[in-house]
Design a binder for this molecule. Structure first.
Ligand SMILES: Cc1ncc(COP(=O)(O)O)c(C=O)c1O
Length: 467
């Protein structure tokens, strides 16, 4: 079927609804992300007209609980009055100004406040728009810093099995999800990173704890560093939860181990907190849940942040780094500077949205409130956790995941079937393979928490029965 035929076959009423008309126009003109467009022959496209709180509404007035925070970005609900007010105020002051040669209050304040959250260990913030750009920046900064410091042999990178760091070429080179990477293999081969064992707790052998798996993974990393350490610039990891590979969770001891190894072998450590930062795992930065053997906080050399930092309002990403790295670029020679740029770097509107987001964290004591919410959701999900066809039920902060037990054949269509069934239950949920996960915004009330769990269970029952 061509796209016109798809559209016609979807228009099964003589007078198309508003939703159907928008769907038709979208399928004709918009190429949607992360989508095999042909799947829209059977899976509906949902034209959204507005959002309120945790809910999205379509053009026919149907509503959907946004249980994955619109790709993990939305923290405090759609059309949040406090973020809206900040943006309206900023709109009348300054919508944008280039950040080379100019600066402005929102970007300064945001850098100061984020730096303070790291105890000023990571005191310099470099801005971009999407998560993948932040990853590119961290990789380039690491590479260039070593070069400026006279270690130009350090040109290689290390990532974890199942890692996901974005879709641009540099970010794909440190991504180990074959579905996203394989088509571009030849483009990446020159930069392909070393891939080491993931500390994913599901890999536990008989009698092993999650911490044992973490130590085993750290040992595998050390084997590589012993051989290639002098050629390696940086290790990049998603601390605590490797999200896009299917919410693979690991013990915090892994973070302490890799920090110690990176120090020992003189390798930069990049924490990609794009998905797990901003309170998602229970602390503002996921890495705050780890401590070194003498009880000190663990900080990497670079933190990448994006997604939730603007409350899910505007594209904003940033890389935070240490003074030593910053100083490695500080020179009279322009070529020793970090000349990377994007047109919208440090956009004032996006920074104001981020400042309003940080204000909500402070004003509403969000991290503690989330602890109570998480307990309630975990309790409500117990029937699912005990389900015979559920494996590896897991939770960290405001992320829940479990793996459906089914045949490989059923698994190939499970995610799409689950997504469609969930819509019938007014839920926006998109499993990754056979992994169902919840990453709701932080504003669900008690009834919504219970409802989310009950509806997820109902969808799972009906989809797994037909697996
Ligand atoms: C850990 C991680 N890094 C990087 C990215 C890429 O971010 P973006 O999609 O904004 O480019 C993502 C996106 O899901 C992610 O989860």
């Amino acid at each position: 079927m061509n796209s016109k035929e798809i559209i016609e076959s979807n228009l099964n009423t003589s007078t198309p609804t508003n939703s159907q008309q928008l769907m038709q126009r979208s399928l004709q003109s918009v190429w949607h992300p992360c989508t095999q467009m042909q799947h829209h022959e059977s899976v509906p496209l949902i034209p959204v007209t507005h959002g309120r709180g945790a809910w999205l509404y379509d053009a026919d007035g149907k509503r959907y609980l946004d249980a994955i925070s619109s790709w993990w970005v939305n923290l405090f609900g759609h059309a949040n009055p406090r973020i809206n007010a900040a943006l309206k105020d900023q709109l009348d002051k300054l919508e944008h100004a280039m950040l080379a040669g100019f600066t402005h209050e929102p970007v300064i304040q945001l850098s100061e406040r984020l730096s303070a959250l790291t105890g000023n260990v990571l005191g310099h913030c470099f801005y971009a728009s999407d998560g993948a750009s932040a990853v590119e920046i961290a990789l380039k900064m690491s590479f260039h810093a070593w070069r400026n410091l006279g270690h130009s042999s350090k040109q290689e990178f290390v990532c974890l099995q199942g890692s996901y760091h974005g879709e641009t070429i540099g970010a794909l080179a440190v991504t180990d999800v074959s579905l996203f990477r394989d088509a571009y293999g030849p483009m990446l081969s020159a930069n392909r990173a070393h891939v080491v064992m993931s500390p994913d707790a599901r890999g536990a052998q008989k009698g092993e704890t999650a911490a044992d798996v973490a130590l085993r993974a750290a040992h595998a990393l050390e084997m590589l560093l012993q051989q290639r350490g002098s050629h390696i610039a940086a290790l990049i990891i998603e601390p605590l939860v490797q999200c896009a590979t299917g919410m693979a969770m690991h013990d915090p001891v892994y973070l302490a181990e890799v920090r110690a190894l990176c120090d020992r072998y003189q390798i930069h450590l990049i924490f990609d907190e794009i998905a797990v930062g901003c309170g998602r795992t229970g602390t503002f930065f996921a890495s705050e849940q780890a401590a070194s053997s003498d009880g000190q906080a663990i900080w990497p050399d670079f933190v990448c942040l994006s997604k939730g930092i603007s409350g899910g309002y505007l594209p904003l990403s940033l890389v935070m780094t240490r003074d030593e790295i910053y100083q490695a670029f500080y020179d009279t020679d322009v070529r020793r500077g970090f000349l990377h740029s994007h047109s919208y770097t440090g956009n004032p509107l996006a920074c104001r949205a981020a400042l309003a987001t940080l204000d909500i964290f402070d004003q509403d004591d969000v991290l503690n409130a989330n602890r109570r919410k998480a307990q309630r959701i975990t309790a409500a999900l117990q029937p699912l956790a005990q389900h015979q066809q559920v494996q590896h039920f897991r939770q960290r902060g405001m992320i829940w995941a479990f793996d459906g037990v089914m045949s490989d054949a059923a698994a190939t269509t499970f995610s799409r079937r689950f997504f469609s069934k969930a819509l019938e239950h007014e839920l926006l949920l998109r499993p990754i393979g056979r992994t169902v996960y919840l990453m709701p915004p932080y504003i669900l009330d008690d009834a919504e928490c219970d409802d989310l769990a009950a509806r997820t269970a109902a969808v799972f029952e009906s989809v797994i029965d037909n697996a």
